[in-house]
Write a protein that binds this ligand. Sequence first.
Ligand SMILES: Nc1ncnc2c1ncn2[C@@H]1O[C@H](COP(=O)(O)OP(=O)(O)OP(=O)(O)O)[C@@H](O)[C@H]1O
Ligand SMILES: [Mg+2]
Length: 249
Amino acid sequence: MVEASHLTKYYGDLRAIHEVSFTARRGEILGFLGPNGAGKTTTMRILAGFTAASEGTATVEGFDVFRDSHEAKKRIGYLPENPPLYPDMTVRSFLIFAGGIKGVRTRELRRALDGILEKCALTEVSSRLIKHLSKGYRQRLGLAQALIHNPPVLILDEPTLGLDPKQIVEVRGLIKELSGDRVVILSTHLLPEVSQLCDKVVIINEGKIAVEKSLEDLTRGSTLEEVFLRHIAKDTIELDTPVEEGELP
Ligand SMILES: Nc1ncnc2c1ncn2[C@@H]1O[C@H](COP(=O)(O)OP(=O)(O)OP(=O)(O)O)[C@@H](O)[C@H]1O
Ligand SMILES: [Mg+2]
């Protein structure tokens, strides 16, 4: 289980998130939705232990991400917006390296590696240099490094960003397959992705949680698009408002 409780983060004077609270349980895929700059990445980075909150707490499987960051990190696989992959390493050597950093023993790593390569459809490219991989394969490698220590929690920041439609379908299938008994928290701008993948939806707007509900409850009587636009209404442009020439943003 992942529990965020009243998380607030300031970057200098800018309050990126304010009093963010939500929970995600095992077996659940939680879709984190919000316009650009809403605070999704900031929240995910806090949960993954990559940045500290200014106020509030967060726990991963009961471990505080600040006070018990070592234990919390062991239980999290994190796919950042731009996964840091080393272009001159091969896929296999990068995964061994990533496993080493996460403290996976060499024997366990050897045992797990082929399975992860296969699961992420990377077996055929395992000897290729990362710089020669297409975007879709890099994204799979990002997922594979997040999985290398078999964590019960996956935090995926826009996992299908920049992929072509075929790759999107494949990566979504992979996420569904990986979810199982895990907690998966993913951010996306693609509403169909949420409808297809997620059990629960959290909408964040201007750093504050606008709604936290099951997909089923949220879309009872409305489409997800309608619900989303309603919750971020302040940011939406009135489409029928006439715009004077020369006033275009
Ligand atoms: N390292 C940083 N230093 C200063 N401001 C930051 C930093 N990271 C994020 N911000 C600001 O915090 C706010 C929230 O940004 P964040 O990246 O969390 O949004 P997001 O919801 O992930 O947006 P996007 O959909 O564009 O990825 C924005 O105003 C952003 O400019
Ligand atoms: Mg982001």
